[in-house]
Design a protein around this ligand. Structure first.
Ligand code: DPP
Ligand code: ZN
Length: 887
């Protein structure tokens, strides 16, 4: 397969003005009549028309109504000698029932769905399948009326009616031009929750959430989230809903989380359906953010889209930033905003930082790809969002809103680049640090890798000054050996010994800065001196995680304990606890003489954790985050050579130690937080449920150590009596994580209770596949789970619940001395690749970090990857991933 290069971008040789599509929907053979009005792009040298296609059966090609000469070049349909303006008619058929890739037109539970981003439309008809070709669509759907009573496409329904032989039709017109990747259709037996709303500007809209009949009672939260989204985008950015009708449709077979097709969002059921009996607080929060995300794409993605797929972060980074801000703005309490920020950073550091250090590392705006589906990554999404967040930090919240307004004024209806976005934000804020350093700031788009920011502090008691010296560097990444300095906003404050915030007077600055300020670094090395500092301060650096970097500062334990006790910045307060626990873990992992049951955490740290757990005013959600130990993946990232079993043992030892040492506090925390009243999925009571759940897990672990049977018994009772899924699942998890014999009984009961709830059964599978390993017991269990009657590898959610939970989320069980986990992984990648290459390629990334592993893991992992790579007929999706891993 050939790599596509960003530098090779050329405008299209033809434009498509209108597309008139007519579908005769049939699972075995769907007929697609595509009539396009096209014209030559006068700005490009004359050349043949090349249309993309994939797995289509071509029946007819007419140019201006006449049979036309064409040829096939690979999968492209090529036509020579076309006039400047013409009508092209193409008639093809395809087989949705056999479409297990879930790209293009496919069938799920007797319902037709489409997924066209990034390159699925070419599986529906021959087309200029590239985002800079934007056309007006008219779509007619015809199908059997009894089997497919609901017929949906983008835009407005303009006509519907009966056809002979029990068939019917519906005609949809999208008032907006769009690229093909935003096309969608749905046909099947569905019902809708409907809501009419009036936007702030007075315009009325019909909102609909379509699901299968039995699921209607689980759509209230998605609808509320949609209403909040509409109101928020108008209030915060002045961006109104531009359609009379906005639809969301849920399907249980979907590669992604959801898709922002214009006016007709298609969602994985996981991000739509929720009831208190079946969904956890985390599910509710995810639904809110994904509904928001897809809705916000209506502007950042649909009205203004990407010129080419290298610009993917233009819409994804921006839209993740927008959904993060949305979720924060919906928090009634400032503390809940901080919790959300910590959670987002945790995702970035545990998923994106490893990606940025591994074989798939790529810039936020990549330079090349073989298969674009492989670049829907945490780098494009989460790091891209951090880049947008830094822009907001540099120009201020209001300045950023002005920049957004200018961006949409300039580019509405266009397909543009990341440069265009950054330029608009800078131009709207000409006096900002962003405008002053724009070319350098844009290195965040072009350079991959996570920058290291090393800082040292020096206090001069006589001069009463404190000097912070920074130096930045960025490790090499594939294809980029040398990096230039980044623009790095560093928010910081200084604390006195008693925890008070010290006033900040920067040398050379006209005015004191208050208790927090943002330095803007742009050179490889820079120093800043604060004057009038009366005591040696504790610096709180990178507050709110103001830049996506690794901060290296040689904090003493005393300084970290002070930050944990007193920092007014909740992020750095949490971070102090993480650094303390991480330091203890790394010391234990590096100690070759360590006895297996030796303690990992020292008394001072345990006392500090106790302090937090008992704290009278700290939020439960925040306590839960502070008491969460760094994950095995995060710990492993800090090591040059990783012995996954050692990491696993040390982390388990830390967990056991916290459970037993804080036994009394866990009991108290459970008692204080176990009753949260009538269920409401909002952050404050969710935080209390999370802390109660964490307490139960710890009490069960402590009980395992002491032989106590009271807490496991209480946990089982809690599991049985729970009035919501969060409490029930937390109790089940506590028993499973502790490895208690009662877990088996609870799991069986859970399955019986929810056997008809697919999303709950996913949880049941996922919990077992991600359970802590004891003597290699998880792999045999996982193999057994894949033979369970409810398992199907063809359903992405189910495949992820078992296979990904084991391979990606359970390092202690996956990395086995006998390499059996790797062998099983390679078999599953190969099996999935024939069914669904996108899902296979995701799974293929489970061993991205193989070169860091200690022997014998390292050689065994490499061998397993090579085994996949050697498989004949591999999809280019999976081939790209394993080739990069072996490069
Ligand atoms: N549907 C995916 C998302 O919203 C890709 N656009 O991120
Ligand atoms: Zn998106």
């Amino acid at each position: 397969p050939v790599a596509i290069q960003r530098e090779d971008y050329a405008p299209p040789a033809y434009w498509i003005d209108t597309v008139d599509l007519c579908f005769d929907l049939d699972p075995a053979k769907t007929r697609v009549l595509n009539r396009m009005k096209m014209r030559r792009n006068p700005e490009v040298a004359a050349q043949p028309l090349r249309l993309d296609g994939d797995e289509l059966n071509l029946a007819r090609v007419l140019v201006n109504g006449q049979g036309a000469a064409f040829r096939m070049e690979g999968s492209q349909l090529v036509i020579d000698g076309l006039p400047d303006d013409f009508e092209l008619e193409i008639f093809t058929t395809c087989c949705p029932a056999k479409n297990t890739k879930l790209m293009g037109l496919f069938v799920s539970q007797n319902t037709f769905f489409t997924q066209c981003e990034a390159e699925g439309f070419r599986r529906i008809t021959y087309f200029l399948d590239r985002p800079d070709v934007m056309a007006s669509y008219i779509v007619t759907l015809r199908a059997d009326k009894a089997a497919y009573p609901v017929l949906l496409s983008n835009g407005n329904l303009v006509e519907e009616g009966e056809l002979p032989e029990g068939r019917h039709f519906a005609k949809w017109v999208d008032p907006f031009k769009k690229p093909a990747y935003l096309f969608a259709l749905v046909a099947g037996k569905l019902v809708a929750r409907e809501q009419r709303i009036k936007a702030r500007n007075g315009r009325e809209h019909l909102l609909q959430v379509y699901v299968r009949a039995g699921d209607l009672d689980k759509t209230e939260h998605a609808m509320n989230s949609l209403i909040h989204s509409v109101l928020w985008d108008e209030a915060r950015f002045g961006l109104p809903l531009d359609l009379d009708r906005f639809m969301i449709v849920a399907t249980s077979d979907f590669n992604m989380g959801a898709m922002e097709n214009k006016g007709l969002n298609i969602f994985n059921t996981k991000y739509v359906l929720a009831s208190q009996a079946t969904a956890t607080d985390a599910d509710y929060a995810n639904i809110e953010s994904v509904v928001g995300h897809e809705y916000f794409h209506n502007w950042s993605g649909d009205r203004v889209t990407c010129r080419d797929w290298f610009q993917l972060s233009l819409k994804e980074g921006l839209t993740v930033f927008r959904d993060q801000e949305f979720s924060m703005d919906l928090c009634a309490e400032p503390s809940a905003r901080a919790v959300k920020r910590i959670e987002d950073v945790r995702v970035l550091r545990t998923a994106q930082f490893p990606e940025d250090a591994g074989p798939m590392a790529h810039p936020v705006r990549p330079d090349s790809y073989i298969e674009i589906s492989n670049f829907y990554t945490v780098t494009i999404y989460e790091k891209g969002a951090e880049v947008v967040r830094m822009m907001q930090t540099l120009v201020g919240r209001e300045g950023f809103a002005r920049g957004m307004t200018l961006y949409f004024e300039r580019h509405d209806g266009q397909a543009v680049t990341c440069d265009d976005f950054a330029q608009a934000i800078a131009d709207a804020n000409p006096d900002s640090e962003l405008a002053r350093r724009l070319p350098q700031f844009k290195r965040w788009y072009s350079q991959a890798g996570t920058p290291r920011l090393a800082a040292t502090g020096h206090y001069d008691a006589e001069a009463r000054t404190y000097t912070l010296a920074f130096s930045q560097s960025c490790p090499p990444t594939p294809g980029q050996s040398v990096k230039e300095p980044f623009v790095i906003p560093v928010a910081l404050g200084l604390l006195g010994a008693d925890g008070r915030a010290l006033p900040l007077q920067l040398e050379g600055a006209a005015q004191p800065a208050g208790e927090s300020l943002t330095l803007v670094l742009h050179e490889a090395e820079q120093r800043f001196t604060f004057t009038g500092v009366d005591e040696a301060p504790v610096p709180s650096i990178l507050r709110g995680f103001s830049a996506p970097v690794v901060l290296q500062f040689d904090y003493t334990r005393e300084q970290l304990l002070a930050l944990l006790a007193h920092d007014t910045d909740p992020f750095n307060r949490w971070e102090a606890a993480q650094r303390l626990a991480l330091g203890a873990a790394l010391a234990a992992i590096g100690d070759d003489t360590r006895a297996p049951d030796a303690p990992v955490l020292d008394e001072a740290l345990i006392a500090a954790m106790r302090e937090v757990l008992r704290h009278p005013t700290l939020d439960a959600a925040f306590k839960e985050l502070v008491l969460s130990l760094p994950s095995e993946v995060y710990i492993a990232e800090q090591l040059d050579v990783v012995d996954p079993q050692r990491v696993h043992r040390v982390r388990e030892a830390m967990r056991t130690q916290l459970a037993t040492a804080l036994f009394a506090e866990w009991q108290q925390a459970y008692e204080d937080n176990k009753d949260t009243g009538a269920y409401r999925p909002e952050p404050v009571s969710a935080g209390r449920r999370a802390l109660a759940g964490m307490a139960l897990a710890n009490l069960c672990i402590a009980a395992r150590e002491s032989g106590d049977t009271v807490w496991p018994g209480k946990t089982l009772q809690r599991f049985k009596d729970a009035s919501n899924m969060t409490d029930r699942f937390n109790a089940l998890t506590a028993l499973v994580v502790a490895g208690h014999p009662l877990a088996a009984q609870a799991l069986a009961r859970f399955h019986a209770m929810f056997k008809d709830e697919a999303l709950v059964i996913d949880k049941w599978f996922g919990l077992q596949a991600s359970a802590p390993d004891r003597d290699g017991d998880v792999l045999p269990l996982v193999k057994q789970l894949t033979r369970h009657a409810d398992f199907s590898i063809k359903n992405p959610n189910r495949a992820r619940s078992v296979i990904f939970s084991y391979c990606n989320a359970n390092p202690g069980a996956f990395h086995r001395l006998d390499a059996a986990g790797y062998v099983w992984w390679s078999d599953r990648v190969i099996e999935l690749d024939e069914i669904n290459p996108q899902v296979a390629a995701r799974l293929a990334r489970a061993l991205d970090r193989w070169s860091k592993l200690a022997e014998p893991y390292r050689s065994a992992a490499r061998e397993a990857i090579a085994r996949v790579a050697a498989r004949p007929g591999l999809s280019k999706d999976t081939l790209e991933v394993v080739s990069r891993a072996l490069a």
